[in-house]
Ligand binder design. Structure first.
Ligand code: VAH
Length: 317
């Protein structure tokens, strides 16, 4: 087992790289990103996934057997430069698929997103088979990614699997350029006793997932026997909440938290996404079962961030 991760220093990559090292071993993981900001307890390389030759060489020389392709521009940042986002998100995934095909890498993981759906999905619990009508470049690139994954599976017998992640909430690192980033930022402000300015309306409900559950789902999906897999893209969610719902939950622990609502361009993106997802196929096919609801996730996030705050204070004392 030799796993290559692209985008290893992103919000998902940071947690997933650690989890894969713990599950397999530090010799089984090669963590890469465009810029190396720190090092994991495994081989850590600088890699530009837009460069097929460089990617092909890493796959070949490290005898990679699985690739987790996490590098991508997220929804909000992606709307600032649509064509560049389309080019980057798609050329990197093409390179991963081609490097995998040319080096007989059988298994590839591609992170899809609730962004594959459009505003017509917003008035119900969105089923896995609901029509995909994305209205962000990020969402369009995720639909294209799922379709290309299906093409390589059929044409070349590869085993590319995708999860449609909701907003991810984690304490290990900040998200970057997403529409759901508020759900992480609010915890950091609450822990510091600062007011929080929210860029979404207080009643904008979205599907969300605590990172531990996202990691569990990813590893469970990739470990599942091929015969259990009935589709390329799986809906998953842990909970569904709005800014005022998470603020209320945090106030059970930090009563003074003040939130000011100042919607910006991300409001329109959020309103084009589902309120909640039906993840029955993931539950039926490979045993998906979230552990964290809003209450437990809030308690865990506040505990972890408070721990980090105390550690930092001690380190700088
Ligand atoms: C984003 N966090 O906001 C990502 C995610 C469901 C949202 O894909 O773009």
């Amino acid at each position: 087992m030799k796993i290559l991760i692209t985008g290893a220093f992103g919000q998902l990559g940071t947690a997933l790289t650690e989890a894969l090292i713990n599950k397999y071993s530090n010799n089984s993981v090669v963590a890469t990103d465009l810029h190396i900001r720190d090092t994991f307890d495994c081989e850590t390389l600088e890699l530009d996934a837009t460069n097929l030759e460089a990617l092909d060489e890493v796959v070949r020389t490290h005898q990679i057997t699985q690739i987790y392709h996490l590098a991508a521009v997220l929804s909000a940042k992606g709307e600032l430069e649509p064509l560049k986002t389309w080019d980057l998100n798609n050329s990197t995934f093409f390179n991963v698929l081609e490097a995998a095909r040319l080096n007989d890498v059988r298994k590839v993981f591609f992170p899809s997103s609730i962004a594959v759906f459009g505003a017509d999905a917003r008035n119900q619990i969105t089923s896995n088979d609901f029509p995909l009508n994305p209205t962000t470049v990020y969402g369009i690139s995720k639909v294209a990614g799922e379709q290309w994954a299906n093409y390589y599976n059929i044409k070349y017998g590869m085993d590319v699997r995708c999860l449609r992640y909701p907003g991810l909430i984690s304490y290990q690192s900040f998200p970057g350029g997403g529409t759901t980033d508020y759900a992480v930022d609010i915890f950091h402000k609450a822990i510091k006793g600062e007011d929080f300015e929210c860029y979404l309306r207080k009643d904008t409900q979205l599907p969300m997932l605590y990172m531990d559950d996202a990691i569990d789902a990813t590893i469970r999906l990739m470990d599942a026997p091929k015969k259990a897999i009935t589709r390329v893209g799986y809906n998953i969610q842990g909970m569904s909440f709005s800014p005022e719902m998470i603020a209320e939950e945090i106030r059970k622990n930090i009563p003074k938290l003040t939130v000011v609502y100042n919607p910006d361009n991300r409001q329109k993106i959020a309103e084009s996404w589902p309120v909640a997802l039906d993840d029955t196929p993931a539950r039926m096919d490979w045993g998906w079962e979230p552990e964290y609801d809003l209450k437990r996730m809030t308690e865990e996030m506040l505990y972890r961030l408070d721990q980090k705050k105390r550690t930092n204070a001690f380190m700088h004392a």
